[in-house]
Design a protein around this ligand. Structure first.
Ligand SMILES: [Zn+2]
Length: 323
């Protein structure tokens, strides 16, 4: 029943060929089991539901092939790609077997500076608060206030307040803010959240695509142009050396057009030799979409039917604004 509805609706909303729609799904972590501290985080059982539904109702393609076919006007109807950002270890250990089980290809955008024991600032915040041995984290002098940590709800609220406070601070200021937060929490922080270099090659050998995502994951609009160019070009080169393959696809860190990156960065990405790049503007690609600013979409639905209907609805929304 659902299959018939989706085929009929999809024919009109997500046709193929010269009027095609390309859905590009965005994931980050895939935990092995739900985390009470991070209730919105993707986990294995839900990811399995998503991939089974995607494989059943959509035509899944590697992003590189989808971009070429979008340009040529030869995409199949209900075309979809799966992408992962940042380079989390659980992508290899948890997501890869699920992708294999359902025969879904994916691309992994790696921030190279965090490979082999690095930790992103957001994870330092989360893990510092998770492992805090103090009942209250006083960050009044850092403009965040004094945060109680006695209950799960208080820890969730503290994480949210600290991430909000840290995200758009200048790169070096953010670094010292997060380091100070970690010091005051007295938590033991994990060093195994991100992939090892060898795991990037496991993904590549498994037939998955590898894309670049800068070295240190800065908000490109918050750093100067020389630095931004280095971040873009160096991540490409490092991944090409590591995998021995050309890296031709890029994901902007954070990815909101006009807030996280600008037109200068789009030009830099094109000049660096990337064939296409993905943003986090919500929407779907159509013939004529800027290939260096492809929109993406984060599905969060808990049932297969809702997940598929949301994907179809996403195909029908109007184009987002780009830089
Ligand atoms: Zn990212």
């Amino acid at each position: 029943m659902l299959r018939t509805i989706i085929r009929l609706a999809g024919r009109r909303i997500a046709p193929g060929g010269s009027d095609a729609r390309l859905s590009v799904l965005m994931y980050h972590r895939v935990l092995s089991r739900p985390d009470p501290l991070l209730p919105g985080q993707m986990h294995a059982a839900l990811f399995d539901t998503h991939m089974r539904a995607l494989r059943t109702h959509f035509n899944c393609l590697p992003l590189g092939e989808a971009v070429a076919r979008l340009r040529e006007g030869t995409l199949p109807p209900r075309a979809a790609c799966v992408t992962f950002d940042d380079g989390y270890r659980d992508n290899v250990e948890v997501a890869l077997p699920i992708l294999h089980r359902h025969g879904v290809p994916a691309i992994f955008f790696i921030a190279t500076g965090f490979l082999d024991g690095g930790r992103m600032f957001n994870d330092t915040v989360i893990e510092a608060i998770r492992g805090a041995t103090v009942p209250r984290l006083d960050l009044s002098d850092l403009d965040v206030g004094s945060l109680p940590l006695s209950s799960l709800e208080q820890r969730r609220a503290a994480i949210s307040a600290c991430l909000k406070a840290a995200k758009y601070r200048r790169f070096d200021v953010r670094h010292s803010f997060v380091a100070e937060l970690a010091r005051r929490s007295s938590a033991q922080l994990p060093n195994d959240l991100m992939m090892d270099s060898s795991q990037v090659n496991i993904l590549a050998a498994a037939g998955m695509e590898i894309g670049a995502h800068t070295v240190h994951h800065p908000i490109l609009l918050n750093i100067d142009e020389d630095n931004a160019r280095h971040e873009i070009v160096d991540s490409k080169r490092q991944l090409e050396i590591l995998t021995g393959r050309p890296v031709t696809l890029f994901a902007y860190p954070n990815g909101i057009p006009g807030i996280d990156y600008g037109a200068t960065h789009v030009a830099m990405v094109r000049e660096a030799g990337f064939r296409a790049a993905v943003s986090t503007a919500v929407g779907v690609s159509r013939p004529g979409t800027d290939l260096h600013q492809l929109p993406r979409f984060t599905p969060w639905d808990r049932t297969a039917a809702r997940f598929v209907l949301r994907l179809l609805r996403n195909c029908a929304i109007s184009q987002p604004k780009f830089v």
